[in-house]
Write a new protein. Structure first.
Length: 212
């Protein structure tokens, strides 16, 4: 009798282990290959040549996978970046750092800016550019529009070493952003990891001259 009980217990234990193994295999098979957003420690002042040391959002890019990265600041302005497959030729990690203050000549900062910093093997990859255009969708609130400006005067800009240019100009040829003032969104493409910010630009128009 005792032998039968022991045998039954062993059989039940084997069945239990098999069920666990099967569940694990199913879960593994269902796990997507798209990289997940994860929080990293990164020091803002060391981003141009050091290892991460303060809290930061990042995503790992693999050559054959797509990926996405979403950042929302305290006032609810949101940016979603979608990286298509083959954006990179080797595995790289893109860190998104947040900025709360910056300036550009002749423009008004709205309070929303971020930087995209590419790392490869733990070192900043300063020469890397996206191999395919990365789509960007920004959802903003009406109150980020600078006083005295209209909504159509705010745009996403990219910082070069000497000036701020429109974000789509990072691509060759340049790709225009589209703005939907009813939905409060901007959509477009960027082709370089760099610093980006939403600014209000003063637009000056030449007066029309009519001849009779």
């Amino acid at each position: 009798m005792r032998t039968r009980i022991v045998g039954l217990a062993i059989a039940l234990a084997v069945l239990f282990l098999l069920s666990i193994l099967t569940t694990f295999q199913i879960a593994t098979a269902m796990t997507p290959t798209t990289p997940h957003i994860r929080i990293q420690k990164q020091d803002r002042n060391e981003l141009r040549g050091g290892e991460p040391t303060t809290f930061m959002i990042s995503v790992t890019l693999h050559p054959s996978d797509s990926a996405s990265l979403v950042y929302m600041n305290a006032d609810g302005t949101l940016a979603q970046l979608n990286f298509p497959p083959h954006t990179t030729d080797v595995t790289r990690t893109i860190y998104l750092i947040t900025e709360t203050s910056t300036s550009a000549p002749g423009m008004v900062f709205t309070g929303y800016a971020f930087g995209l910093i590419p790392f490869r093997n733990g070192v900043i990859d300063k020469q890397y550019r996206f191999l395919r255009p990365v789509s960007v969708t920004i959802e903003y609130r009406d109150d980020i529009v600078p006083i005295g400006m209209s909504e159509i005067q705010i745009e996403l800009y990219h910082s070069t070493t000497s000036q701020w240019i429109r974000a789509g100009d990072t691509c060759n040829p340049p790709l225009a952003f589209q703005q939907d003032t009813d939905l409060n969104t901007m959509t477009g493409f960027i082709c370089a990891p760099a610093y980006y910010g939403i600014f209000g630009a003063h637009r000056h128009y030449l007066p029309s001259v009519w001849k009779s």
